[in-house]
Ligand binder design. Structure first.
Ligand code: NAP
Length: 248
């Protein structure tokens, strides 16, 4: 059965962060879906897809003009049925690492994490939500992380990443309320993909049990199943890869 059976046939989808572990797997899965007409792959780093269905667009989350241009170019031929923001940062080049304690916090790293994980997706929402199709189910989903849950935080640590994802959850909740007034069929959510074997998680996943460390393809499949099952009443929610709601 189609992974997007609850969407309009011949749908048009967009993946932001298409060069990343989960983003790339999403593009590959969606490209092989018969019901998907066009896949817009948005990334800062170039990717050679060699697939007729895929259209590449440059997008840097820290450059609003590139976001505006990418959204306008993608929606030039068809409105979008599904947009997934699969970009994010936890560490970079050994220079930026999640803080073990507040002693490690510095404003430059905090600002970078917020710019990529919160401000970027907010600007994506600003420019992409108006490009969603009207009068059909549409979904705008941003990948968050369970560690962004305030209610679930019992371990502490990683304050920059946690803050960036908590703020992303608040953004999505806020957007969902405005969106319900403008376009009731459009569903806006944040999703936790589980622990996925990508460059983002690799320095921290050595002690994760093999059965709890998902391949990017499995993670992408699970996320698309959750997205396919979403209904209007779910808009504004935060869901795990198995569809269970996560406490904010
Ligand atoms: N992996 C996990 O275990 C896990 C767990 C919970 C949540 N998540 C969330 O899932 C999402 C995807 O993570 P992943 O594991 O697939 O990470 P990843 O493999 O490191 O991919 C990250 C993606 O974000 C892009 N990105 C970073 N900064 C950017 C910028 N300024 N402009 C445009 N794109 C930018 C990267 O582009 P470049 O290729 O250009 O660097 C890359 O495509 C993230 O939001 C992450 O927080 C992941």
């Amino acid at each position: 059965m189609s992974l997007l059976s609850s969407f309009r046939p011949n749908s048009t989808v967009g993946i932001v962060g298409a060069s990343g572990g989960i983003g790339r797997a999403l593009v590959e899965l969606l490209t092989s879906e018969a019901d998907v007409n066009e896949v817009h792959a948005f990334s800062r780093s170039p990717v050679d897809w060699n697939q007729k269905k895929v259209r590449n667009h440059f997008l840097n989350l820290t450059d609003e003009r590139s976001i505006d241009k990418a959204a306008t170019d993608a929606a030039g031929t068809s409105s979008l049925d599904l947009v997934i923001v699969a970009s994010g940062i936890l560490h970079r080049d050994g220079e930026l690492m999640p803080e073990k304690s507040m002693r490690d916090l510095n404003s430059k790293a905090l600002a970078e994490v917020l710019a990529v994980n919160t401000i970027g997706p907010a600007l994506i929402a600003k420019h992409f939500l108006p490009k969603l199709r009207r009068h059909h189910k549409t979904v705008f989903a941003a990948l968050s992380a369970r560690v962004g849950s305030i209610g679930d935080n019992r371990l502490g640590g990683w304050p920059s990443y946690r803050m960036s994802k908590s703020a992303l959850n608040m953004l999505v909740r806020t957007v969902s309320i405005e969106q319900a007034r403008l376009l009731p069929e459009s569903i806006v959510v944040t999703l936790h993909p589980g622990t996925v074997d990508t460059l983002l998680s690799r320095p921290f996943s050595k002690r994760v049990e093999a059965s709890k460390l998902f391949s990017p393809t499995l993670a992408a499949t699970q996320l698309l199943r959750v997205i396919n099952g979403l209904e209007e009443k779910d808009s504004g929610g935060f869901f795990a890869y198995d569809g269970s709601p996560i406490d904010y």
